[in-house]
Design a protein around this ligand. Structure first.
Ligand SMILES: Cc1cc2nc3c(=O)[nH]c(=O)nc-3n(C[C@H](O)[C@H](O)[C@H](O)COP(=O)(O)OP(=O)(O)OC[C@H]3O[C@@H](n4cnc5c(N)ncnc54)[C@H](O)[C@@H]3O)c2cc1C
Length: 262
C-alpha cells in the first residue's frame, strides 16, 4: 500500500492532470498489480471515486487533498486527523447484482436533501470490499430515484458511522483484501449524484493486472515442471503469437481487454 500510494497509483492524473496522465497511471498500475493483487482494490476505488466527489465542490474541497495525498495513513479516524484517506464502494445488493436499479437501500433526507444534502442510509450491501476504507460511495434509493452517496466511516466528531460489518466473505480468489457484507443502519451520507459509472474502467484495469499476475504465476509453475513425455518444458511452447493452447489464450486475453479499454 505504501508503494502504491507513495507513487500516486490512486491519484496521479488528479494531482497532475495532463494529456496521457490516465494512460501513464494505468500502465504503472498494470505493472504493480502483478506484484500483489488484493491491495489494488482500494487503490483503484480511491482513484475512481474522485470524479464523483467533484460533482459536489464542497465535498471535494474537504476530501480531495486527502484522497490525492501520497501518504498511506491507515486506521479509522476523522478526516481532520488523517494525512491520507482511501475510498471504497458499496453498490451491490443480493437481489440486484449487476442491476443496481433493483437496489432497496433507502436514503432519507436529514433536512431538505438534494445534491450535497445529508441523508440517513438504511439497507444491506452484499459485497463491500476493503471495508477498512475511510469513506464509501454507496448507491441508495432517494425520493427522486437511485443516487450515489458519500459515506464516511468516522464522523467529524470522532464517532463511528453506523456501518456494521456483518461478516467477511469466504471468497475464492484474493484473500489479502477483505470483502464484507455490511448493514447500513441509519448512516449519515451526503448525496454526490449519479457519476458512479466512472468506477467501471478502473475496475477492469485492476482485473487485467490480476489476470496477468495469475498467468505469470502459472508460467513460473510450468517452468519448474519438466514435461517428461515430450522431453521439453511446457513453457518452451508458449510465445506471443496467436496459438490454440489454453495457456496462450490466457496470455492474450488481458492484452485484448487492455486494448479494448484504450
Ligand atoms: C472479489 C469481489 C469483490 C467485489 N467487491 C465489491 C465492492 O467492493 N463493492 C460492490 O458494490 N460490489 C462488489 N462486488 C460485487 C460485484 O460488483 C458484483 O458481483 C457484480 O456487480 C455482478 O453482480 P452478481 O455477482 O450478482 O452477478 P449477476 O448480476 O447475477 O450477473 C451474473 C452474470 O450475468 C451477466 N449479466 C447480468 N446482467 C446482464 C445483462 N443485463 N445483460 C447481459 N448479461 C448480464 C453478468 O455479466 C454475469 O456474467 C465484488 C465482487 C467480487 C467477486
Amino acid at each position: 500500500m505504501e508503494v502504491a500510494i507513495g507513487h500516486g497509483l490512486h491519484a496521479l492524473p488528479w494531482r497532475e492532470p495532463r494529456p496521457g496522465a490516465h494512460a501513464a497511471r494505468a500502465a504503472a498500475f498494470y505493472v504493480w498489480s502483478q506484484v500483489e493483487g488484493g491491495h489494488g482494490c482500494p487503490v483503484s476505488m480511491t482513484y475512481a471515486a474522485l470524479p464523483a466527489l467533484r460533482n459536489q465542490p464542497e465535498l471535494a474541497a474537504r476530501w480531495e487533498p486527502l484522497m490525492t495525498s501520497l501518504e498511506y495513513d491507515p486506521g479509522l479516524r476523522p478526516p481532520s486527523d488523517k494525512r491520507g484517506v482511501l475510498f471504497g464502494m458499496a453498490m451491490t445488493e443480493s437481489q440486484g447484482g449487476s442491476d443496481v436499479r433493483a437496489n432497496t437501500t433507502r436514503a432519507d433526507a436529514v433536512d431538505a436533501g438534494g445534491p450535497g444534502g445529508e441523508y440517513f442510509l438504511t439497507g444491506h450491501k452484499w459485497f463491500c470490499s476493503a471495508p477498512m476504507c475511510d469513506a464509501f460511495l454507496v448507491l441508495a434509493q432517494a425520493p427522486g430515484g437511485l443516487s450515489c452517496f458519500m459515506l464516511p466511516r468516522t464522523l467529524d466528531d470522532g464517532e463511528r458511522n453506523r456501518f456494521h460489518i456483518q461478516r467477511l466473505k469466504d471468497k475464492l480468489g484474493n484473500r489479502s483484501n477483505a470483502s464484507a457484507e455490511i448493514l447500513l443502519d441509519g448512516d449519515v451520507g451526503e448525496d454526490v449524484d449519479h457519476q458512479w459509472l466512472l468506477a467501471q474502467q478502473p475496475a477492469k484495469r485492476a482485473a487485467v493486472g490480476c489476470m496477468m499476475r495469475r498467468l505469470r504465476h502459472r508460467l513460473a509453475h510450468e517452468r519448474r515442471r519438466a514435461d517428461d513425455a515430450i522431453e521439453a518444458r511446457v513453457v518452451d511452447h508458449v510465445d506471443d503469437r496467436p496459438h490454440p493452447s489454453p495457456l496462450l489464450a490466457d496470455h492474450q486475453r488481458p492484452r485484448a481487454v487492455e486494448q479494448d479499454l484504450g
